[in-house]
Design a protein around this ligand. Structure first.
Ligand SMILES: [Zn+2]
Length: 118
C-alpha cells in the first residue's frame, strides 16, 4: 500500500469532531516530515469547515479541534518542525487537548524571542 493510500484510508475512518463527516475529502495540509512514520496534518472538514489537527500513527489515529484564524500553511510555519518523533506528536496532541492552539502558538513565539536574545 502506498503511503498516500494509507493516509486516505485512515482519513476516511477519521470523522469530523463537529459534524461527524468523513475527512476523506478534507482540505489537508501535512505538517509532519515525509519520512516520519507518524503523520500530522491540519484538516478542514469538507462539510462544515471545522478545523482540526489529525494525527495518523501506527498505533492509532487522533483528531483534535483547532480554534484559530491561522490557515494550515501558516500553522505549519509556526510549528516549524523538521522531523516529528512519536513523542513529539503525543506531546502536541496532549497540549492541543489542554490549551487553545492560539495560546500554544503565542508561547512558542515567546520562546523564540527568548532564544534570539540569548
Ligand atoms: Zn465537519
Amino acid at each position: 500500500m502506498t503511503k498516500e493510500k494509507y493516509i486516505r484510508d485512515n482519513l476516511r475512518k477519521t470523522l469530523c469532531y463537529k459534524c461527524g463527516a468523513s475527512l476523506e475529502r478534507a482540505e489537508i495540509v501535512p505538517i509532519s516530515n515525509e519520512a516520519s512514520n507518524v503523520w500530522v496534518a491540519h484538516a478542514v472538514c469538507p462539510k462544515c469547515k471545522a478545523e482540526s489537527m489529525v494525527t495518523i500513527t501506527p498505533t492509532g489515529n487522533g483528531i483534535v479541534p483547532v480554534q484559530s484564524d491561522l490557515k494550515g500553511t501558516e500553522f505549519k510555519k509556526f510549528v516549524g518542525i523538521k522531523s516529528v518523533s512519536y513523542d513529539e506528536v503525543l506531546d502536541l496532541h496532549i497540549a492541543l487537548k489542554k490549551d487553545r492552539i492560539w495560546n500554544l502558538l503565542q508561547k512558542k513565539e515567546k520562546n523564540l524571542v527568548k532564544r534570539r536574545k540569548a
